[in-house]
Design a protein around this ligand. Structure first.
Ligand code: FO1
Length: 304
């Protein structure tokens, strides 16, 4: 039974997940991926955070893009462009195979959990990787132009429209992954909130019925790692989103969003800890190399 439950979005979260997977026996690590970014595109079921976690844990990630597969080729996209198809969301040739395989199996009636686990096993991942839910939850962003589907705002519009609100369509009626709820009932050693965007990567997981209460009720420490360094996100729109929603971006602002959920918070030594209630652990949180990822994971496990 999993003893450490890691909640993760894409790139930043996946880096810490890899560090944890490098240190823990596989049966002691459960990684739960946000699926609020999921969408259907070109007839395919795309699960960006599951993809990034899968590729990162399998050593197949594309470090320069931060998404997709390494050693990628783009014949499919080039051909699609020549035919006048939609090219704002890029699917590399190798990546395409994963989406086709996932889509086929979902259409045949398999759950996203089963498909995710099969692909992870095929790629040699030994820790458990699960979607937060098998039901569709879709993050949407309210902008001055109206509500946008997440990938339309994030990729097609390059996060340019100002964020006025964030919603997780379907979350209230979705069932959290039963394996997550079971792991939370089975006296986990700790919950780790990876350094992902709180607004769009972690809060969709917490919005699922029963998850927040199960975390609070499980009695385990809950540790988050700050995704903000020096008022900036390492990658992605976390800082801009916080600002547009009326909060000055800082490590403390993220801790405050998680509120009473947290018992521990890991952040850089230069960050201001004023107003942070949980126990603060100072550590380097920038993860460039595998060594950095393992070092941060070691700090996290030592704190717990
Ligand atoms: N992000 C981009 O900025 N541009 C893309 O063309 C793109 C394609 C893509 C394909 C598959 C996949 O799993 C992820 C992809 N992403 C792309 C990343 C992704 O949409 C976002 O980084 C996440 O949703 C935010 O966490």
């Amino acid at each position: 039974m999993s003893r450490i439950i890691a909640l993760s979005g894409g790139i930043g979260g996946a880096k810490l997940a890899l560090g944890l997977a490098s240190l823990l026996p596989p049966e002691e690590l459960l990684i739960v991926a946000n699926t609020g970014d999921d969408f259907e595109h070109l007839g395919l079921s795309i699960s960006p955070d599951i993809d990034t976690l899968t590729y990162t844990l399998a050593g197949l990630d594309n470090p320069s893009l931060g998404w997709g597969r390494r050693d990628e080729t783009w014949s499919f996209m080039e051909t699609l462009a020549a035919l006048g198809g939609e090219t704002w969301f890029r699917l590399g040739d190798r990546d395409l195979a994963l989406h086709v395989e996932r889509t086929q199996r979902l259409r045949a009636g398999e759950t996203l959990t089963a498909v995710t686990q099969r692909i992870a096993a095929r790629l040699g991942i030994r820790a458990t990787l699960l979607p937060m839910s098998d039901d569709a939850v879709r993050t949407r962003i309210r902008t001055p132009e109206g509500w946008l589907d997440f990938q339309h705002w994030f990729v097609r519009e390059q996060c340019r429209p100002v964020v006025l609100d964030v919603a997780f369509d379907g979350a209230a009626g979705a069932r959290a992954n039963p394996a997550l709820l079971a792991a939370l009932r089975a006296q986990p050693r700790a919950i780790v909130i990876c350094p992902s965007n709180p607004l769009i990567s972690v809060e969709p997981i917490l919005a699922l019925p029963g998850v927040r209460d199960a975390i609070l009720g499980c009695g385990a420490p809950v540790l988050a790692v700050s995704p903000i360094i020096g008022g900036q996100a390492v990658k992605g729109p976390t800082a801009t989103m916080l600002r547009e929603l009326g909060t000055a971006p800082s490590a403390a602002a993220v801790a405050q969003r998680y509120g009473a959920l947290l018992t521990h918070y890991v952040m850089e030594s230069a960050e201001d800890a004023a107003g942070i209630a949980p126990k603060v652990i100072r550590a380097p949180t920038l993860m460039r190399t595998l060594k950095d990822k393992i070092a941060l994971a070691r700090t996290v496990l030592a704190a717990l």
